[in-house]
Design a protein around this ligand. Sequence first.
Ligand SMILES: Nc1ncnc2c1ncn2[C@@H]1O[C@H](COP(=O)(O)OP(=O)(O)O)[C@@H](O)[C@H]1O
Ligand SMILES: [Mg+2]
Length: 253
Amino acid sequence: MNEIAPGARLLQTEGLIAGYVPEVDILSGVSVSVNEGEIVTIVGPNGAGKSTLIKTIFGLLRPRAGRIVFRSEDIAGRKPHDITRLGLSYVPQLDNVFPSLTVEENLEMGSLDRSRTAEQRQRMYELFPRLGERRGQAAGTMSGGERQMVAMAKALMPDPEVLLLDEPSAGLAPAFVDAIFEKTQEVNQAGVTIVMVEQNARRALTMSDRGYVLDLGRDRFEGPGKQLLEDPKVAELYLGGTARIDRAEAAPE
Ligand SMILES: Nc1ncnc2c1ncn2[C@@H]1O[C@H](COP(=O)(O)OP(=O)(O)O)[C@@H](O)[C@H]1O
Ligand SMILES: [Mg+2]
């Protein structure tokens, strides 16, 4: 099944155009590519279309034009259910767990194969020991950071090749921001390719192989994470000035 060599292109959008209402394009031609094994972060101002891009890749929004190629298949227009079966999982920014269900039940909802549910759940408890300890607790009664871990674990249950993460650290207390970024790296090291949108742009780009800056529905800059961080134009326009330390590190809230 794994016929693509490490580092080969795994996912690509070409000239993606999409929107929610007729004649209003939110994505106005977005071309991004992701290689196997990478962490790729998409940054950009509020309203740039970052979430829309992720939702379009995952089949929640049908593109008006352009291609979405996963391995060698154009998946544009496919439904999320099919896309999950192909090997992509998505963690939305909000409403990403079933609050009244327990951790265990949430993970079960993420499973595609009943015969493997127990084994996969056990793997998730190894990756997220805290979830193992809380397996009987309703997800809605957990802290924001714990809920985010439930959401990630649920998305990882089908053993995806690509994990799409929309703002995984948003609204979390600093200790959980660290934990979520660490877990994301751990998941990546276990072989899952990561495509992530993050407000915590400096921090996310620091741990990314490559990044894109999306603005007004177009990809404006791309490059290795560190190169984007050092690009004075990117820093000035999108990262809140030059050579500043990540705000989260400088002044934890
Ligand atoms: N469900 C929706 N219906 C209509 N417009 C939407 C919807 N979701 C987002 N938008 C609009 O699309 C634009 C981009 O939003 P979004 O992709 O969420 O940006 P970002 O994630 O970069 O902050 C915004 O102008 C937003 O108002
Ligand atoms: Mg968003």
